[in-house]
Design a protein around this ligand. Structure first.
Ligand code: AMP
Ligand code: MG
Length: 411
């Protein structure tokens, strides 16, 4: 049986790159940038005031003090968006609000608090000698024209949106979202919200797949629970293969009497690249392709399918999107890790930074592949290659952070 590493390198060979599309900035949140964002102009674009005050020529008021204020002639007003167009002459000043363009001739802003105020109409008394250039935001001090600010491949968050807007990008080029079809198989499956009959269970996997797909930046196009019946399966699949980049099934790929997902895949022309991976959970993982779609048969057990989605489907979505990938990280085990002799082992786990600043982790208490509640306390997947002996507390191990769980957990 192949290892997860081999399985991943096989998958890599069949990944199909998707194109790009230009979308409005207001819809760009959570999308993957497909162009570099370069400053078309410097920022600030012009010298402007950082304070509400008076624009002055600092030389005119070199001797201004509280006791001995200097009088300047008030010749105008500038506010944000409404510049004062003339050049300031010797002995003159203007009222100048935050964000207003600094008029020609002026080289400093005196805060309104250090003057006789805005109620004056002809002359203003300045009580404090300014430092040249004080309270002026200089043209280009933040961003130079032509500066690369955001590289393609970045996921667009509120932080990137704000900078794109600052630079006037009304539209941005993003990668097209992978289109995904997901389906569950099993006569036992009932939708949450309905009543269960004897022997039935609720479908949870498709809910997890939907959230993961959305979170990873893909789009669910088709979704269905299909009874353990070949004909309805074929109908769904042939439509899914026509319209989607990735088709993902849950359940029906094991050795059970009604596990004929794999047969159906092959009957409708899916080329199998592997079936079964030496891992726990998720041994029956299937991967195949057609010319335009990748097909994943994930196991039905909820923990198995969740972990297989994160480990195998997510990297494919990222690659299709040309998204920058985070690498897995190394942490120190707080408790022993139960290795498998023949299989690579994945377990939901928790990681945190301890008082010494060391990244620690431990597996969750419930470790059955049917125990989805083990995900509730998890913020990562912990993994170790097959080994005869268990890893011990204090040993190093690889963790794959579930990034939507890590907003506060590393504090
Ligand atoms: P299977 O891979 O079809 O043999 O399913 C393995 C186990 O996962 C069985 O206990 C199924 O009832 C359960 N299972 C299959 N599909 C789902 C699903 N969509 N949601 C929750 N459990 C499922
Ligand atoms: Mg089944």
């Amino acid at each position: 049986m192949i290892s997860p590493k081999e399985a991943k390198s096989i998958i890599d060979k069949y990944i199909i790159k998707l194109g790009t599309e230009s979308i409005s900035l207001s819809n760009a949140g959570n999308r993957i940038l497909a162009e570099d964002i370069i400053a078309p102009f410097p920022s600030p674009q012009f010298d402007n005031s950082a304070m509400d005050g008076f624009a002055v020529r600092s030389k005119d008021i070199e001797n201004a003090t509280n006791e001995n204020p200097t009088k300047l002639k008030l010749v105008g007003i500038a506010s944000a968006g409404n510049p004062f167009e003339k050049e300031l002459q010797v002995g003159e000043c203007i009222q100048c609000m935050t964000g207003a363009k600094i008029p020609l001739g002026a080289d400093s802003i005196v805060m309104v608090e250090h003057s006789s105020g805005y109620s004056e109409s002809e002359f203003v008394k300045i009580m404090k000698k300014p430092i040249p250039e004080q309270h002026i935001r200089k043209k280009g001090e933040e961003i130079k024209k032509g500066e690369l600010l955001i590289s393609k491949g970045v996921s667009i968050s509120p932080n990137e949106i704000g900078v794109c807007a600052t630079l006037g990008y009304g539209k941005v080029l993003v990668s097209k979202k992978p289109r995904i079809a997901i389906f569950g198989t099993g006569d036992e499956l009932v939708e949450p919200g309905s009543n269960l009959k004897e022997g039935q269970i609720y479908n949870s996997n498709l809910y997890v797949f939907t959230e993961l797909s959305k979170h990873f930046g893909a789009e669910i196009i088709m979704k269905n629970i299909i009874k353990d019946n070949k004909e309805s399966l074929k109908l769904f699949l042939s439509e899914a293969l026509k319209t989607c980049d990735i088709v993902i099934s849950s359940g029906g790929v094991s050795m059970g009497k009604y596990d004929y997902i794999r047969d159906v895949f092959m009957e409708i022309g899916v080329k199998e690249h592997f079936w079964k991976v030496a891992q726990k959970p998720g041994k029956p993982l299937f991967f195949g392709s057609t010319s335009d779609s990748l097909i994943f048969g994930l196991p039905g057990n909820p923990v198995s399918s969740f972990i297989c989605f994160v480990e195998y489907v997510y990297p494919v979505i990222q690659e299709m999107l040309n998204e920058k990938k985070n690498s897995k990280i190394i942490a120190t085990l707080k408790n022993d890790f139960p290795n498998e002799k023949q299989k690579h082992r994945f377990l939901f786990g928790r990681s945190w930074i301890d008082d010494n600043g060391e990244l620690m982790c431990s597996t969750t208490n419930k470790i059955g592949s049917h125990m989805l509640s083990s995900s509730l306390s998890a913020n990562c997947i912990i993994e170790a290659p097959r080994a005869n002996l268990n890893l011990k507390a204090g040993d190093k191990i690889t963790i794959n952070p579930l990034n939507w769980r890590n907003k506060y957990d590393y504090n």
